[in-house]
Design a protein around this ligand. Structure first.
Ligand SMILES: Cc1cc2nc3c(=O)[nH]c(=O)nc-3n(C[C@H](O)[C@H](O)[C@H](O)COP(=O)(O)OP(=O)(O)OC[C@H]3O[C@@H](n4cnc5c(N)ncnc54)[C@H](O)[C@@H]3O)c2cc1C
Length: 415
């Protein structure tokens, strides 16, 4: 019987382990933390956006750099397969806004337990608190020896599923990059993906704690070309901006900054549902209705209170001015600030705060069907360790599950 050793018990490692065991191998999973799936348990703010309900062809577009590499893996084990797999494991799922799939219970732990239970039912031995130190080639007749503190295990095939570099407290500390390098693999530039952004202007950080819903954010390159835009919710922090749409936009923004070493101009539309014309009419109406009131006192109709002092300073209109005295050009300034509040993104937060790591083991060196190394037969890769990353929406977990599934299946096959 072929012996397969999996290094790392995250989303991809658990899937690889169960899949290899289903394929008929004797499987041992080594996890350095006290229990498997620690990162998986905090995904989706503890609710686990486990995959997406998009059509597989649309799904592949959500991995902008390396989607092509995933084509085979996602067709072998698609998001639909993941959904039926979890439902068969007793985890009912629901689809939310943006095709995001979550467990009905809103408990990521339920997904972790289901995967662990499935692995155990298939006969996988899970050894926790077992940090792998290195992988040695050809030992005692086996293809590999997996060395951990206090011992070693022989393996006919090894699957590296050690994750990326973000949230190191969950165990993902980048160990797999060194193991891959040992076998001649190249690691592409590692940088944060899906990450909060730092900004230049002092007023942005003054707003820390303020969350804005139903706003539109647009990012521009230095030459004025649009990078991307999103509608939804953002958050001001002590270093800059975060929140759902910022994380989702950060992937392309980070890529632009990384490539061009330039800052990015952001434009915030506080009233995206209103055209400039409609908003101008509304301002005229409000200023006429509250003619005797001071400008600063009518803003509460339009903006959250925390934003008002900052907005007043940026608009340049005297706060005490009465509405009846507002000139057309002052009204224009107010409109401009409501529709196009500008600020500068200077960088990304550190990689340890990222939702996903961009970069990793070069996919040019991996067989996209089997996930096997092109340099070391019997050595497989799965999950975030690979140079594959997607947008938010369940795509990173799906990539981990699809690559884990394929690695497990092929690693289990007798040669
Ligand atoms: C806060 C947060 C929220 C997220 N939410 C979502 C979401 O809702 N949906 C989504 O699609 N994606 C989400 N992601 C991304 C997703 O969690 C990851 O892409 C995914 O977990 C990667 O799976 P993996 O198996 O490759 O790596 P990990 O899940 O990182 O697992 C790697 C495992 O390997 C173990 N390991 C590492 N080195 C060794 C070693 N030397 N020896 C033994 N074991 C080792 C680690 O302890 C760890 O358990 C989120 C990420 C974060 C940080």
């Amino acid at each position: 019987m072929r012996q397969v050793v999996i290094v790392g018990g995250g989303a991809s490692g658990l899937m690889a382990a169960g899949s290899a065991a289903e394929g008929g191998a004797r499987v041992i999973l080594l996890e350095k933390k006290d229990r498997p799936g620690r990162k998986l348990a905090i995904t989706g703010k503890g609710r686990c956006n486990v995959t997406s309900a998009l059509e597989p062809e649309e799904l592949l577009k959500q991995y902008p750099r390396n989607g092509k590499f995933l084509y085979s893996a996602i067709h072998q084990f698609s998001n639909r397969d993941m959904i039926s797999f979890l439902e068969t494991c007793g985890v009912p799922l629901k689809v939310e806004r943006g095709h995001r799939v979550f467990p009905v219970s809103d408990q990521a732990e339920e997904v972790v337990s289901a995967l662990v239970r499935w692995c155990r039912q298939k006969g996988v031995r899970i050894l926790c608190r077992t940090a792998v130190k290195r992988i040695e080639k050809e030992s005692r007749g086996a293809a590999y020896s997996v060395v951990y503190e206090g011992g070693s295990i022989d393996a006919d095939a090894v699957i590296l599923a050690t994750g990326g570099l973000s949230y190191p407290g969950t165990g993902s500390t980048g160990d797999g990059y060194a193991f891959a390098k040992q076998f001649g693999h190249c690691i592409t530039d590692l940088r944060p993906g899906l990450i909060p952004l730092t900004t230049q202007e002092a007023w942005v950080t003054q707003l820390q704690g303020l969350s804005l819903k139903n706003i539109q954010l647009t990012a521009f390159q230095e030459d004025g070309k649009k990078i991307n835009e999103e509608f939804g919710e953002m958050l001001f922090t002590h270093f800059g901006i975060s929140g759902p749409i910022v994380l989702s936009m950060s992937r392309d923004i980070g890529e632009y900054m990384h490539r061009h070493k330039k800052h990015v101009r952001m434009q915030l539309d506080l009233k995206p549902a209103l055209t400039e014309e409609t908003l101008d009419k509304r301002l005229q109406r409000d200023f006429a209705r509250y003619a005797k009131k001071q400008f600063k006192n009518v803003l509460s109709e339009l903006l959250p209170s925390k934003l008002i002092p900052v907005f007043l300073a940026l608009s340049g209109v005297a706060p005490e001015k009465s509405c009846s005295e507002m000139t057309k050009s002052e009204r224009r300034e107010v409109l401009e600030c409501l529709k196009r509040l500008s600020f500068t993104v200077t960088g990304c937060r550190p990689i340890k705060e990222a939702i996903v790591t961009c970069g990793g083991v070069s996919i040019k060196e991996i067989n996209p069907k089997t996930m096997e190394s092109k340099y070391a037969p019997g050595l497989y890769f799965a999950g975030e360790l690979l140079d594959v990353d997607g947008y938010t929406g369940g795509f990173n977990l799906q990539a981990a599950f699809s690559t884990g599934y394929c690695a497990g299946r092929y690693a289990a096959q007798e040669r």
